[in-house]
Design a protein around this ligand. Structure first.
Ligand code: EPU
Length: 452
């Protein structure tokens, strides 16, 4: 519930209320789901808030629970739609999931699982493919719907599949499903053509059950990879080198359930840094891990946003108008592609001309047309966006095209004269917990737009 708003936030993490209509038994009359977010420029932001657990860690940790029978506990779990989808997927395998507190999630994994991930669930969230490796490890077989393309392009899973084949898995793709089977998984050397986050995670999880040693060369180095390795090691696995380009997994040992707190969400952290950059002010982000955002903070420094590490989090201040710079997205430790829409929103209001090169996804500028509707001066040429900063944008009705673009449009609205309404907020609800309430707690003029 948005504590300061007039209507409740979409409670996507509670499917029982989120999917029922207002007025049905047990659902209050005012529970009409909001259809948009309304933003007005409200002056500088001040205050502090708590950063939640990283979506992109929690989803993989939930997938990894299927590796062992018993009761797992995950803390600092964000109440977002993607977590709901992952818990539904686990339940479809036979697991039971429940929250015992606002952010403490328990997963009970039975002795036998049904290793079948249906298209209905996988098509809601690409990260569902993360169950392929652990299901193979635990059951020796898995049938997982192909995730298909999404908002940033075709997004193949060829690297996941060829790496699993190297570990001895028979893979067949037919009728929209990956059918994978391995009587015995065998440790091998796997060299990735690109440090894919998802492929690294699937191999790591499958390799925990492989005989002997698996070495992943050119592995992804994101903090969420190191978090997954820490989780697996706590379960009893032996995963070495996570966070570096070479990860070694000595497989085959017994695994047991654990209690774990995931790393904080660096992308959520970036949303509030962008918000203060655009609106001005001074904020504290408790629980944030600035060490995970080093390259971003260097760039933000060039753009006139000051950040520093403080005990238990980070501090940020925007004393002047933003200044343009050049940005290139790269796998970690580079500036993450997920920050890109936020940075383009900031550059739209910065002094000078910014240049943004997107290196990770082929088609991640779809939202730019929405920023242009708000008066931004942006030209996209292939993988580059040339952004000529304006003193102000002008508020307009716009549509979120994906999770991060949606958040970027909301923060852009803080620097737009008049009123901006962001529609298609189901994208935002997939990955950003309490965005409206958190921005409001910093003094932003933001509210849910009620459904009719
Ligand atoms: N790729 C292939 N073949 C593969 C795998 C990846 O060609 O088998 C390509 C992709 O098409 C893309 C690039 O490699 O061009 C990088 O993809 P990667 O596998 O690293 O990304 P992912 O695992 O699908 C995760 C995050 C994304 C984040 C990327 C990059 C999750 C659930 N998703 O995706 O986060 O942008 O890594 O860091 O962890 C988000 O949270 O909004 C989001 C999109």
């Amino acid at each position: 519930m948005d504590p300061t708003g007039d209507i409740p936030a979409p409670d996507t993490a509670r499917p029982d209320t989120a999917r029922r209509k207002a007025g049905e038994p047990g659902v209050p009359e005012e529970a009409t789901a909001p259809v948009g977010i309304r933003v007005r420029p409200g002056g500088p932001l001040h205050g502090e808030l708590e950063i939640g657990g990283a979506k992109n860690s929690v989803l993989k940790l939930l997938a990894a629970t299927t590796l062992a029978e018993g009761r797992f506990t995950l803390r600092r779990v964000p109440r977002i739609a993607d977590v709901t989808t992952m818990t539904e997927l686990l339940e479809s395998f036979g697991c039971r999931t429940s929250f015992s507190d606002r952010d403490v999630l328990h997963v009970h994994v039975p002795e036998r699982l049904e290793p079948h991930a249906s298209y209905d669930l996988v098509s809601r969230m690409r990260a569902s493919i993360a169950v392929l490796g652990p299901l193979l490890a635990r059951c020796g077989e898995a049938m997982v719907a192909l995730p298909g393309g999404d908002d940033f392009g075709s997004r193949p899973i060829d690297m996941h599949l060829s790496a699993l084949e190297r570990l001895g898995v028979d893979v067949e793709v037919s009728h929209g499903y990956v059918h994978a089977r391995a009587d015995v998984l065998k440790g091998e050397e796997v060299s990735l053509a690109w440090p894919s986050v998802g492929a690294t995670e699937n191999i790591m999880m499958a390799a925990t059950a492989a005989e002997g040693r698996t070495v992943i060369d050119n592995a992804a180095r994101e903090p969420e990879i190191a978090d997954l390795a820490a989780f697996l090691n706590r379960m009893g696995a032996e995963v070495l080198g996570a966070g570096s380009p070479t990860i070694t997994i000595n497989g085959g040992g017994p695994l047991a359930p654990v209690d774990h707190t995931p790393v904080p969400d660096r992308i959520e952290t970036a949303v509030f840094l962008a918000a203060v950059g655009i609106a001005g002010g001074e904020i504290t982000l408790r629980g944030a891990q600035p060490g995970h955002l080093r390259m971003l903070c260097d760039k933000l420094g060039e753009m006139n946003l000051r950040t520093s590490t403080i005990k238990g989090g980070m501090w940020a201040m925007a004393p002047h108008r933003l200044r343009a710079t050049e940005i290139v997205t790269l796998p970690y430790p580079g500036v993450a592609t997920d920050y890109q829409p936020l940075l383009v929103a900031m550059l739209s209001l910065a002094e000078g001309v910014g240049l943004v090169t997107e290196n990770v996804f082929a088609n991640r500028f779809r939202y730019v047309g929405e920023l242009i509707r708000m008066g931004a001066d942006i030209r996209v040429e292939g993988r580059c966006a040339i952004v000529r900063g304006r003193e102000h944008l002008s508020g307009a009705p716009v549509r979120a095209t994906d999770i991060r673009a949606g958040a970027a449009l909301v923060v852009a609205g803080l620097g737009a004269e008049g009123e901006t309404t962001v529609r298609d907020i189901h994208h935002i609800s997939r990955g950003h917990e309490d965005l409206v309430a958190k921005l409001k707690s910093l003094g932003a003029d933001v509210a849910w737009v009620p459904g009719t």
